[in-house]
Design a protein around this ligand. Structure first.
Ligand code: C2O
Length: 551
């Protein structure tokens, strides 16, 4: 097929927001980074040059990377980082995928500013009839007045949590509700009567967000680059790592004040102090004399309030795969294996290598099935690949705990004690090629403050079930949706609840699974799985590229 070549540079750039100027890590000096737009079936070749004095990597979030795990990007999982002064060429083909995704740095906390839209233009026409006048992307992010990488390393050293960001942003701009930001407001002009496609991306580090536009409804047509049955809603919700395409018809009467407010704010079920601020952008109707009118009322009445779990639950319930003859839903009806994975955040006694101030001399950790994931010193994928060739000792073991620490009882005080015994390790789950897998992610009750958006690399999955409380295999499997479950790459596991996903493990390589809230990944809320080579050459992992970085 087609080939698209490009070349980008990771570099520092002085950027000002909220009246703070700081050197910001960027791609090509842009914040957010450049949009990468490709065509379905295209071979994408992107040379990334690292011009900063520290390591970096780039991840193409949601791209399946069939046989090309070497181009996936998470540091120490599929590659060693690109060192300062060197470059690496990511080379992959976009097979049978179309829609809106994102790319972002996948090393330390660099994705705080190193991110952008990744758009795959479809080979076939959109499966909905509305004529699209124009497309735009809306990317949510967060701005810190401090350096995010430094904040991340201090957080790890002190065993604490990170400080809240100073602003949420839309396309890099905080908007008029933040100090010193009226000029830093994203604005888009529409024509009355026309329909637009908004490609909405949550690239924030730490919050699921609601989004709405005053006086307008949104028709959801796609999530995570897979088509959905269209449905119209007053607002949408998306977790970090998730994307949503909506259709917007500019059907309001244009008059001299035809500026409408687009707004995003967090959904959270928190017992801790939180940041409930709102980022705003403007939707303007094209007029003869378009003035830069700022509406006096900046509220968006259709934007759900914080902690609106009813809206959140209903919204995810409304998401259904298109499941048409042209875009069928290939959810495994039978499974070969079910793995229950508990998700837990906890506090442990301060280890020797940390200086735990506050928190009663304790440090934050997070775990899956009681294992707090430790990144190895060389990438798992290399370690796996060269082990086959008997060239290198492995840096992992194949005994990821396949049972939660205690069967389905994570309520009450006892779970607290249990959660104190987290083990640290790099144990992975090994799967035969073509395994029809089900994973049930079960939230536990200790430090139960928010949903966990769990992201799986290398595969899309189907969300066949979701619920509150403890998963019950006898009862809950009966209510699974095996007809038109949404297909995604990131699922918000409800706080104090569970989500069951299914997929065919048909992509050979090593794949990361982690919470897309950045602090949780730093604390170890992650695992990895190996999919072994298939029976024929075309189902085997390709060899690494020549310029593959070494550790
Ligand atoms: Cu969007 Cu592992 O990341």
């Amino acid at each position: 097929g087609k080939q698209g070549r490009s070349s980008v540079v990771v570099e520092w750039k002085k950027v000002t927001r909220l009246c703070h100027t700081k050197p910001l890590l960027t791609v090509n000096g842009k914040y957010p980074g450049p949009t990468i737009a490709v065509h379905e079936g295209e071979n994408v070749v992107i040379k990334v040059t690292n011009s900063i004095a520290k390591n970096t990597t780039i991840h193409w979030h949601g791209i399946k990377q069939f046989r090309t795990g070497w181009a996936d990007g998470p540091s120490y999982i599929t590659q060693c980082p690109i060192k300062g002064g060197s470059s690496y060429t990511y080379n992959f083909t976009v097979v049978n995928q179309r829609g809106t995704l994102l790319w972002h740095a996948h090393h330390s906390w660099q994705r705080a500013s190193v991110y952008g839209a990744f758009i795959i233009y479809p080979r076939m026409p959109f499966p909905f009839s509305a004529p699209i006048h124009a497309q735009l992307h809306i990317i949510f992010g967060e701005w810190w007045n401090v350096d995010a990488d430094i904040m991340a390393s201090e957080m790890m050293k002190y065993g604490s949590g990170p400080n809240f960001s100073d602003a949420y942003t839309i396309n890099g701009f905080p908007g008029p509700l933040y100090p010193c930001s009226i000029k830093d407001t994203f604005s888009y002009t529409v024509e009355h009567g026309k329909t637009y496609m908004l490609r909405i991306i949550n690239a924030a580090l730490s919050e699921e967000l609601f989004f709405a536009i005053s006086n307008h409804t949104l028709t959801v047509v796609e999530v995570d680059a897979t088509y959905t049955k269209p449905f119209t809603t007053s607002a949408i919700m998306l977790a970090p790592g998730q994307t949503t395409n909506v259709l917007l018809t500019a059907n309001q009467i244009p008059n001299s004040s035809a500026t409408f407010v687009m707004a995003a704010r967090p959904y959270r079920t928190s017992v801790f102090p939180f940041d409930n601020s709102t980022t705003i952008a403007f939707l303007r109707y094209k007029m003869k004399n378009t003035s830069l009118y700022v509406p006096s009322d900046l509220s968006v009445h259709n934007l759900p309030v914080m902690e609106n779990t009813e809206f959140a639950t209903q919204f995810s319930h409304n998401l259904r795969s298109l499941a048409s003859p042209q875009f069928p839903c290939n959810v495994p009806k039978q499974i070969d294996k079910r793995v229950i994975v508990t998700i837990s955040l906890n506090l442990q006694d301060c280890p020797e290598h940390k200086i735990c101030k506050g928190l009663n001399n304790k440090s934050f950790y997070a775990s899956m099935n009681n294992q707090s994931f430790v990144r190895p010193s060389i990438s798992l994928l290399e370690s796996y690949y060269y082990k086959k060739k008997l060239l290198n000792p492995t840096k992992y073991s194949l005994d990821f705990p396949q049972k939660p620490p205690r069967e389905f009882d994570y309520t009450g005080v006892d779970s607290l004690k249990e959660n104190m015994n987290t083990e640290f390790g790099t144990r992975v789950l090994e799967l035969a090629y073509d395994t029809d897998l089900e994973i049930v992610f079960q939230g536990t009750s200790f430090l139960n403050v928010e949903n966990h958006p769990i992201h799986v690399h290398g595969h899309n999955f189907f969300v066949v079930g979701q619920g509150f409380g403890n998963y019950d295999v006898r009862k809950d499997t009966e209510s699974y949706n095996l007809v038109d479950p949404p297909e995604r790459n990131t699922v918000g596991v409800p706080t104090g609840g569970w989500a069951a996903i299914r997929f065919k493990a048909d992509n050979p390589g090593v794949w990361f699974v982690h919470c897309h809230l950045e602090e949780h990944t730093s604390w170890g809320l992650a695992m990895a799985f190996i999919v072994k080579d298939g029976p024929t050459e075309s189902k085997c992992l390709l060899p690494p590229p020549k310029d593959f970085p070494s550790c």
